[in-house]
Design a protein around this ligand. Structure first.
Ligand SMILES: [Zn+2]
Length: 101
């Protein structure tokens, strides 16, 4: 079981940022490193440093989602806990160290 840490509260994002995030949900290709630097985290609006490829069945199509480092870690924690991976805590710690380097 992964030790739960409190989820960070999402910051305010403008309606323009929210509209852009929705458009980008269905982005078919990953962001380039330069393109990712121009994106905002879909959760809080902070500058994005990571991206996830997700295909929620309710959405029906795969898309690329920019995230800040903090929310990338949160999503990793949530997914690994949901999947009940036996070594989730070690993997999360190793990943946290890797992205902090
Ligand atoms: Zn964020």
């Amino acid at each position: 079981m992964i030790a739960q840490r409190p989820m960070s509260k999402p910051g305010k994002i403008t309606s323009r940022q929210a509209e852009k995030a929705v458009r980008d949900y269905l982005r078919p290709k990953p962001y380039t490193p330069a393109g990712l630097k121009r994106q905002r985290c879909v959760h809080c609006g902070a500058p994005a440093t990571e991206q996830w490829s997700l295909r929620p069945c309710a959405v029906g199509r795969a898309g690329w989602y920019p995230l800040c480092a903090e929310h990338d870690l949160d999503l990793n924690q949530i997914v690994m806990a949901f999947l009940k991976l036996p070594d989730a805590e070690q993997r999360l710690d190793a990943y946290r160290e890797r992205i902090a380097a």
